[in-house]
Write a protein that binds this ligand. Structure first.
Ligand SMILES: C[S@@+](CC[C@H](N)C(=O)[O-])C[C@H]1O[C@@H](n2cnc3c(N)ncnc32)[C@H](O)[C@@H]1O
Length: 467
């Protein structure tokens, strides 16, 4: 039997709340009709804030339980809607809170952290007021753009890797990166260079990556292409000339050959067109060399605060042996090592460990031991080769550390565990494990690392209950 299709309805609705992904939710109830009390329909709407009144068109409205739509018209703005026409809009998505006044964004994230912790039986009062940014715009030190098949250069629309939205300006990128993008776009046009077409797998230019150190001012520009720079000598020389003339702080211009069909900024072969193959950066007083493929905190202003908080909560001293689990390139390891007797770092990505070792050496730290290992198996090995830590710090990926790692941490039994998290949901789940090992939650400090997105970082102190 064919399913009945109901008529399309145009509804004027008010957004009840935003879900964890920053999408507007309307719990709509159809008017009752004969024999029914009124069917429920969940309407999910993008680009809104709570309290917005919007007009939406829902095909087959009574025949469905849920509809994901864009609104047709904003009828009335909710109380938190941003009221400033000069604010840039990020059309590509990825920043669903961008329509909300910043103070409300902070409130939204504060509540998110509280809710996940309360769900697991922790005290909401331990959550300190979130630390926001003084200026929540243009905070990124790295942007990765894609060349489209029709001459665009920008971000792809969220959920659609084929649609590139040309970046005329950006709420996230420093102005200088926007200027680099304009130079590169003009250069592409002048030399009639094709953008890579993901369907036909043809075309020359794939990605533009820009990195800028906020501390040293050094700028890196990287072009990913399907041909070597030698094959396009005139164009490559001209780009070098344009960028080095316009940007005095250009410290590195690299051409990367990437013929791989996978849609990633991979590297087969690199050629330095200008300067060196890395830039110098600084964080919390430590020096870092950043290659084009080096992981580094993308919002250095807030990353400083994370390090500061972790140090404050740990109250580390020169008699302590510290373990930094999921240590990456050592953003936390270096300042902790400088204050500890010894420090060990564990991380699964080999290139990050090589960076961490080099960073420790560059900063004159000789009390570190970095080990490439999966945290799930590495803790046992670490105990054998390095010994027992007195302090444990962890900064796992979004999925969290998981039960196996948290149980190992519990068995280590250090007096303090400092947990830096980028996902309050997995954080709350992980903390439950530690509670079972006699740890008490002492303080929770949310930090807004990525304004306008739904992400929130949290630094937490768990302490072992004595007795
Ligand atoms: C949130 S980042 C921490 C970055 C680090 N604090 C830094 O600033 O460089 C999480 C790190 O965990 C690493 N990682 C992911 N899964 C892992 C695992 N199973 N074992 C060890 N490290 C892992 C990732 O490679 C990444 O460097």
């Amino acid at each position: 039997m064919q399913k009945k299709i109901y008529p399309t309805e145009v509804l004027d609705v008010t957004i009840n709340y935003l879900d964890d992904q920053g999408r507007g939710i309307v719990n709509y109830v159809h008017a009752p009709d004969k024999g029914s009390n009124g069917k429920h329909l969940k309407i999910v709407v993008g680009k809104v804030v709570a309290g917005d009144k919007v007009r939406v068109t829902i095909p087959n409205a009574k025949g469905r339980r849920m509809a994901v739509v864009e609104y047709d018209e904003l009828l009335e703005a909710g109380p938190s809607r941003i009221n400033d026409d000069s604010i840039l809009v990020n059309e590509a998505g990825g920043t669903p809170l961008q329509f909300m006044e910043y103070a409300y964004q902070l409130e939204f994230k504060q509540e998110l952290v509280q809710r996940y912790l309360v769900e697991k039986g922790f005290d909401k009062e331990l959550v300190q007021p979130i630390i926001g940014m003084e200026n929540p715009y243009r905070y990124r030190n790295k942007m990765e753009l894609t060349f489209g098949a029709n001459g665009e250069l920008g971000m792809h629309r969220q959920g659609n890797f084929r649609q590139i939205i040309d970046m005329e300006d950006s709420m996230l990128a420093p102005e200088e990166m926007v200027a680099v993008k304009q130079v590169v776009s003009q250069w592409q046009k002048d030399f009639a260079l094709s953008g890579y077409n993901k369907d036909t797998k043809e075309g020359l230019l794939r990605n533009l990556m820009m990195r800028k150190s906020f501390a040293t001012g050094e700028l890196m520009v990287v072009i990913f292409a399907t041909e070597k720079a030698e094959a396009l000598k005139e164009a490559a020389d001209d780009l070098t000339e344009r960028l080095s003339r316009q940007f005095e702080n250009l410290a590195s211009l690299i051409w990367v050959l990437n013929r791989n069909i996978a849609d990633r900024t991979q590297s087969e072969e690199e050629m330095v067109l200008f300067g060196r193959d890395y830039i110098n950066d600084e964080l919390h007083g430590y020096h870092y060399r950043i290659w084009h493929d080096t992981f580094f905190q993308a919002n250095p202003v807030q990353a400083e605060k994370l390090v500061e908080l972790a140090l404050e909560f740990a109250d580390v001293n020169k008699d302590m042996r510290t373990l930094d689990l999921f240590c990456g390139v050592g953003t936390f390891s270096l300042p902790f090592a400088a204050r500890s007797k010894e420090l060990a770092g564990i991380e699964i990505v080999e290139s990050s460990i090589l960076s961490a070792r080099r960073n420790a050496e560059d900063n004159g730290l000789d009390n570190t031991f970095f080990m490439v290992s999966d945290a799930r198996s590495g803790l046992k090995e670490l105990k054998e080769v390095w010994g027992q830590p007195d302090l444990l710090l962890l900064d796992p990926p979004r999925s969290g550390a998981g039960g196996k790692v948290m149980r190992s941490i519990g068995r280590f039994g250090t007096e303090k565990v400092v947990y830096v998290s980028c996902n309050p949901k997995s954080l709350a789940e992980d903390l439950v494990w530690l509670r079972e090992f006699g740890y008490e939650l002492k303080v929770v400090q949310p930090v807004d690392q990525f304004p306008h997105t739904v992400h929130v970082e949290t630094v937490v102190l768990m302490q072992k209950v004595k007795g």
